[in-house]
Ligand binder design. Sequence first.
Ligand code: FES
Length: 442
Amino acid sequence: MTTKSIRIEETKTHTVHQWDFPKLIEAHKQLSSYDYAKQKIKHGYANRSLHVNLSSGKIKEKKVTEDMKKLFVGGRGFGLKLLWDEIKPSTRWDSNENELIVTTGPLCGATQYAGSGKSICLTVSPATDIICDSNVGGFFGPFLKFSGFDALEIQGKAKEDVIVVIDGVTGKVSVETAPLEEHNSHLLAEQLTYMYAKEDTDKARQQVSVVSAGKGAENSYWGMLNFSFYDVRRKVPRVKQAGRGGLGSVLRNKHIKAIVVIAPFTKPIWQISSGQQLADVVDKKDVDLAKVDNIINKWNADSNFVIEMFQDIQETFQHIPMNALNRVADKTSVPTGQLFHIASFYKSFSLESKGETQIQVCMGTACVVRGANEVLESFERELGINAGQTTENKKFSLEKVRCLGCCGLAPVININDEVIGGVKPADVPEILQKHGFSKEGD
Ligand code: FES
């Protein structure tokens, strides 16, 4: 949290406010906090949700599983699943176990798609005492995702007014009292945006989004939620509403004054028209271009055969490196963006170099029936990566594959071309140890 004192400048479009920020911040008391490891968004998912219980003060991460993604996709589906897991048939809107949920979908934050800034809010409604949902624009949803979470669940009730702060820059979640801040949603959004922006710049203020509800929400069953976004042109945060079902009344019933998210600066990896943005997702280590040229020449630099070129490049380097992709673009005149689509679409191509030890877990029907999901989860847990990823020290890669052709041995894995059958989740640590894995990453 910054300790700066700020006078908000007068503009033609909004009133001047002068707040004593050091005094406001000094009155905060941190009730609980949680540090989390930042990780990259993969194929639209952060692969975890954030759970905050205001009664117990416990903050934790929950894994977003492959099954959850397949069955519920995101947004409303995720929200219903998360609520289903936490509430009972007897839960009412003001029950301790009722949750206020904000969820995102896999396209959330992908600016090429209209509406992808939306997030979905769910709760047991004070208006009906059954589940309601409401969608809302603004930046909170994408910022939650960029900060490392596909969804946020808030359960329980605080004893006094608190703010929940998700700091995606430092990887910290905290619950703090905020006794002196404004109650008016517009003013509160303005205060907290200036208070939590990492610098006194428009760019930094744009990275902050605040969710709040006004005084009226405390005295009605239909209070709405206000989601802020910083309008650079007007130099003031503006708000959009999740207006249905009384979500704001639930927020205030939990004694939440605001939820603040501070997102890290992100490069738009979905925009693949420039080499610089591509560099974030494609392996940057250069490979011998003479070998790449031989492959391109073998196919007469014909743009109809770029897939065949990629197959040869993949076979030669075990992935499609950045400089090889650019070389194919140069020689065949196929746009880099189009080549990237091809290389990222087909499962048999990889844009990242693989680890020294490559582990494949068979997810064919016979293996899944015999527990392949649990085996895969055990590998993910031990290695600290998801399927499709490589450990930071580049020693281990983990991937899911289709039938390995020895279903009688299910569940089956292939580790550096050695096929092992009848694998149990409990066997995984020993298998990894045999291949030189240690939790310290040596
Ligand atoms: S389904 Fe796994 S080996 Fe056939």
